[in-house]
Design a protein around this ligand. Structure first.
Ligand code: SF4
Length: 251
């Protein structure tokens, strides 16, 4: 089975637990205003990779995964747009004893979700924005995809989920938005280990001029890292308080 590939990173440290081999798949239905890899959005990429090649490359780093609790991450683009390929590759990786993680925005081929969840250990889930109109402005799409994905995760995924949110000044840097993100993930909050607030930054925007695409956030400043850190602390405290409240209700 063959998938469309954008690029590969070995020894990745930021896309899931431990040391990871990260396969960035080509193609994404979203058009995030701040996307750092606009060249990964098109579904017309030429590079391909087979499930056998994924397993062969990933297997070279087994000792690192073992020592660090790492494994393989499929990122993108949007990996779940190549549902059958992700499913087959994850099955093969699991057969080799390698743990799997998918980095998604929740906009994929729904028919494969439940089967993929059976062979996935960890999900990195991007919440672009919790408000319908802002989500549309930032990504070009409404929120039906992310809402469906969260429902599907709540029904059939037994692993852990890390939520990620790129915080853009003027778009989502407020305590109200923090609460609204928590509302959106409420159906899966017990599976969520933590929420990462990623401060919006301007690195990589030169790709837009290279590709001749206008960069619409030109006038928006980078997010202050310390402020993002304060929001990250706040959202994780609130998440834990919500989890505790649910547990005490059950007890
Ligand atoms: S979901 Fe990711 S790859 Fe797709 S447009 Fe947004 S930032 Fe880029």
């Amino acid at each position: 089975m063959t998938g469309k590939l954008h690029s590969i990173e070995t020894m990745g440290l930021v896309d899931g637990p431990g040391i990871r081999t990260v396969f960035f798949l080509q193609g994404c239905p979203l058009r995030c205003l701040y996307c750092h890899n606009p060249d990964s959005q098109s579904f017309k990429g030429e590079k391909t990779i087979t499930t056998e090649e994924v397993v062969a490359l990933a297997s070279r780093y087994k000792s690192y995964y073992k020592a660090s609790g790492g494994g393989v991450t499929f990122s993108g683009g949007e990996p779940l747009m190549q549902g059958e390929f992700v499913l087959e590759a994850f099955k093969a990786l699991k057969a080799e004893g390698i743990t799997t993680c998918v980095d998604t925005s929740g906009y994929g081929q729904m028919a494969y979700y439940q089967a993929i969840f059976q062979v996935t250990d960890h999900i990195l889930l991007d919440i672009k924005h919790p408000r319908e109109e802002m989500h549309k402005e930032i990504t070009g799409l409404d929120m039906s995809g992310i809402r469906n994905f969260i429902q599907e995760v709540s029904k059939g995924f037994d692993g852990t989920v890390t939520i990620r949110h790129v915080m853009v000044p003027g778009y989502s840097d407020s305590s109200e938005i923090i609460e609204e993100i928590l509302d959106i993930i409420e159906p899966i909050q017990k599976k969520v280990d933590k929420i990462d607030i990623l401060p919006y930054h301007k690195a990589g925007t030169e790709k837009y001029s290279q590709l001749n695409i206008p960069y619409q956030l030109e006038t928006v400043p980078a997010m202050n890292q310390d402020r993002a850190g304060i929001f990250e602390k706040e959202i994780n405290e609130k998440l834990n308080a919500r989890k505790k409240k649910t547990l005490s209700r059950i007890a």
